[in-house]
Design a protein around this ligand. Sequence first.
Ligand code: FES
Length: 128
Amino acid sequence: MTDFTTVAKVGDIAPGQGQAFPVNGRMVAVFNEDGKFFAIDDFCPHMGASLAGGYMADGIVTCPWHAWRFCIHDGQWCDNPRIKIDSFECRVVGDDVQVRVTPKAPPLPPSPPISPSTSAATSQASGG
Ligand code: FES
């Protein structure tokens, strides 16, 4: 289980604003919604804009580039509820805003190509 990471002081992010932080190899957008803090993936899945720089109101951040909208509470894409971006646990301890961010899993390595000689040897070994 990943530990929480301190990313800011409470006063660093004004109410109604967001700010992006690198945590565990990812960029995380942390928003202050009326004194409560929420964290989602900062990377807009459309073309990669920073969501922390978007307009936030009523728990929704609007991407600054093409206006895709995401819930800052759970990362749900407002225009298609079946699609979500990652959201992260966020808490305040004393004066520190902390997030718990799991690193992204590395991509799987490509499968080795199957050469004709390999497949022939396999079929001979199996009697085919
Ligand atoms: S980059 Fe976010 S909506 Fe296009």
